[in-house]
Each structure stands twice: as structure tokens, then as C-alpha cells.
Write a protein that binds this ligand. Structure first.
Ligand code: NAP
Ligand code: ZN
Length: 353
């Protein structure tokens, strides 16, 4: 066991602060990664503040962070995927039984044996729960370490490990492509990646935003049209016309208004995970045989596919690079929707402490 510098929260109302955490020595199958950048996902904030208490109560101290890019510094004897000096990524998952049918199908995220990057019981016994990427280094089974395309800026790649795969996976599952009208609700970390992917897949992309100042950016990011969702006349103009809508909003809002935007047989997929349940009118689904579904990150093979796609198409997140000392300020800004469009933490700032 060795210790790594980290930022942790001690309770739901505590700010994140400097700490040290235990990490295991790499086993035969493990790689040790020196973390260079870690994206700041709204899930980190939900988790640090125990907003998902009824589903997955937070264990304190907690170390968030599941958009990790770093340099491999040590590899176990049996590791073949990566070597010392390689860039590597770690997303939301660090383990799952490879024999489980979900893992076999490439959907480790649905396995009852899955271990999340932070907040899951640590089966190695290093700590009570796993600790995430707001830290100097991480040790992970090689299966859960991703290869990073060499042509991309690693600070902008980090958010692909969650925001990227969480939007890529449902867009692929619902076969979004040419001839389809696709809506993206919320232009934040996930939303801006959804716009880039839906555009790259050839769909007609419409952004629904509550923020008038983001309209220009939405077009620059790849949207064909922007709807200010607070304006009833703008909403009415598109009613009943969408094949697919991806809802990335982090706070309670009226999803019936978006079900109303769907065409017959259209689907609305939720990836946003607000604290409180939604109220859904069955009539919003009945008229038009519409469907409502959810999607959780993506499996490891699909995450690699997404990263390779980004390498070929030169796609990264639009980031604001911050030192880790600004993490509490970044959380406050996330709550105001004030981020363009993902914070990425420069971990050199933690090493310098
Ligand atoms: P984010 O960067 O904070 O973006 C959320 C966006 O939602 C905001 O930029 C804003 O966009 C919109 N929004 C915020 N409050 C709103 C409100 N009260 N009413 C309407 N719109 C509002 O968050 P993120 O990191 O993209 O994460 C989004 C959600 O996805 C979070 O709940 C997160 O936990 C969840 N998530 C789920 C998965 C999964 O696997 N399913 C993975 C990662 C994250 P506008 O300004 O454009 O309106
Ligand atoms: Zn996330």
C-alpha cells in the first residue's frame, strides 16, 4: 500500500479539501497511473453532497472523479494492454466479474458485480470504498484502463471518459444518424458532447437550453438549431417532430414538455440524474406510442470505440482548465450552469501542494 495526495469531502456539507488516501500496490493485472487531468462531472457534485442518498448513499470521506487521463508508471507482470509511459484513461468503472453475462455482453455497467471508480466497496480492502480521480494516482485492473488516441489533447480527452461515453452510447443504441431530427436537452458537460456526436453521426441536431447566452455556442458546437426552452412559442414550433431526444439535465424539470416534442414512435432517453423523481403524464406517451428510457455510461469496449472515434474525428470536450484548489468554486459554478463546457482539473496543481 502507498499513499496518494487527493481532495476529499468529509460530509455532505463540507467543502472538498486536501487529504491523502491509500492506494494498493499493483497486482499482476493492474496498471498504476499518474493522473494528469480529471474532468469534473455533475455526478461528482451529486455524490459529494449525498444527493443520491436513496439510491446510493455516499460513504465519507469521499474522493470523486471518474474522468481520468494519466501516464502509466507501473504495470503488473501479466499486463499486456499498456506499458510504462503510455497515456491511459479510466472512466466510471474499475471492476466487474468478467464471467458475468453482462460483462460477457460488453455491458460491465449493468453487472451486479460492477465496482465504480468511487464510492463502491473496495474488494481489495485498501479502503472501505473506492476513491476517484481527484488524486495523484490510481491503480486499476488493465481491462478498465483505456487507450488514448495520441493526436488528442489529454486535458480535453478526460471528460470523454464519462460525458463522452454517456452520450455516445445511447446515440449509438438508438441508431441516431442521417435523416433523423435529434434533440439535446441541456448544454452542459454531457449536452455539449451529445451535440458533437449527434452531428458527427449525421443527424439534424437541435439544442434545448434554458440559457440564452449559450445559443451561439450551441451552433458553433454543431447544432443546426437552438430552442430557448423557456419560450413557449419556440417550443410549440417543434412539437411532435423529433425522432430522438437525449435529456442531460441535472436538476428537476418538466419532461412532459420534451415528450410532447417527440414524433410518433419517438424516444426520449434520460441520462441526467436529478435528485428527485419526475412526474410523468401517461398521455404524453400514449398519444404517439412514444417511449421513455434511460442509459448508464457505457461498457469498456464501447468506451474504447468512442475514444477511437474521437481520435479519427478529432473530437474532445471544450474545457476550462482549473487547479484543484478551485474545485469548490467549480461546483458552485456547475450549479449555476456556468461552465463552458467542462472543468478539467490540472493535477500538477495537486502534486505541487
Ligand atoms: P452540467 O454540466 O451541470 O450540465 C447540466 C445542464 O443542465 C446545465 O448546463 C443546464 O443547461 C441544464 N440545467 C441545469 N439546471 C437546470 C434546470 N433547473 N432546468 C433546466 N435545465 C437545467 O452536468 P453534466 O455533468 O452534464 O451532468 C448532467 C446530469 O447527467 C447530472 O445529473 C449527472 O449526474 C448525470 N450523469 C449521468 C450519467 C449516466 O450514466 N446516466 C453519467 C454522467 C452524468 P442549459 O444552461 O443549456 O439549460
Ligand atoms: Zn460522470
Amino acid at each position: 500500500m502507498y499513499r496518494s495526495k487527493a481532495y476529499s469531502a468529509a460530509s455532505a456539507i463540507s467543502p472538498l479539501q486536501s487529504d491523502t488516501i491509500p492506494r494498493r500496490e499493483p497486482t499482476d493485472r493492474d496498471v498504476q497511473i499518474d493522473i494528469l487531468y480529471c474532468g469534473v462531472c455533475h455526478s461528482d457534485l451529486h455524490y459529494a453532497r449525498d444527493e443520491w442518498h436513496s439510491v446510493m448513499p455516499t460513504v465519507y470521506p469521499c474522493v470523486p472523479g471518474h474522468e481520468i487521463v494519466g501516464r502509466v508508471t507501473r504495470v503488473g507482470a501479466a499486463v499486456t494492454k499498456l506499458k510504462v509511459g503510455d497515456l491511459a484513461g479510466v472512466g466510471c468503472l474499475v471492476d466487474a466479474d468478467p464471467a458475468c453475462p453482462h460483462s460477457q455482453a460488453g455491458h460491465e455497467q449493468f453487472s451486479p458485480t460492477q465496482v465504480m471508480t468511487y464510492g463502491s466497496p473496495d474488494k481489495h480492502g485498501t479502503a472501505p470504498v473506492t476513491y476517484g480521480g481527484y488524486s495523484e494516482s490510481i491503480v486499476v485492473d488493465e481491462h478498465f484502463a483505456l487507450r488514448i488516441p495520441a493526436n488528442l489533447d489529454p486535458a480535453g480527452v478526460a471528460p470523454l471518459l464519462c460525458a463522452g461515453i454517456t452520450t455516445y452510447s445511447p446515440l449509438r443504441h438508438w441508431q441516431v444518424g442521417p435523416g433523423q431530427k435529434v434533440g439535446v436537452v441541456g448544454l452542459g458537460g454531457l449536452g455539449h458532447m451529445a451535440v458533437k456526436f449527434a452531428r458527427a453521426f449525421g443527424a439534424h441536431v437541435v439544442v434545448f437550453t434554458t440559457s440564452p447566452e449559450k445559443e451561439e455556442d450551441a451552433l458553433r458546437l454543431g447544432a443546426h438549431e437552438v430552442v430557448l426552452s423557456t419560450q413557449p412559442d419556440e417550443m410549440a414550433r417543434h412539437a411532435g417532430t423529433f425522432h430522438f431526444i437525449l435529456d442531460t439535465v441535472s436538476a428537476p424539470h418538466d419532461i412532459n414538455a420534451y415528450l410532447h416534442q417527440l414524433a410518433v414512435d419517438g424516444n426520449l432517453t434520460l441520462v441526467g440524474a436529478p435528485e428527485k423523481p419526475f412526474e410523468i403524464s401517461s398521455f404524453a406517451l400514449l398519444f404517439g406510442r412514444k417511449s421513455l428510457s434511460g442509459s448508464l455510461i457505457g461498457g469498456i469496449a464501447e468506451t474504447q470505440e468512442m475514444l477511437d472515434f474521437c481520435g479519427v474525428h478529432n473530437i474532445t470536450a471544450d474545457i476550462e482548465l482549473i487547479p484543484i484548489q478551485k474545485i469548490n468554486e467549480a461546483y458552485a459554478r456547475l450549479l449555476k450552469g456556468d461552465v463552458k463546457y467542462r472543468f478539467s482539473i490540472d493535477m500538477a496543481s495537486l502534486k505541487a501542494e
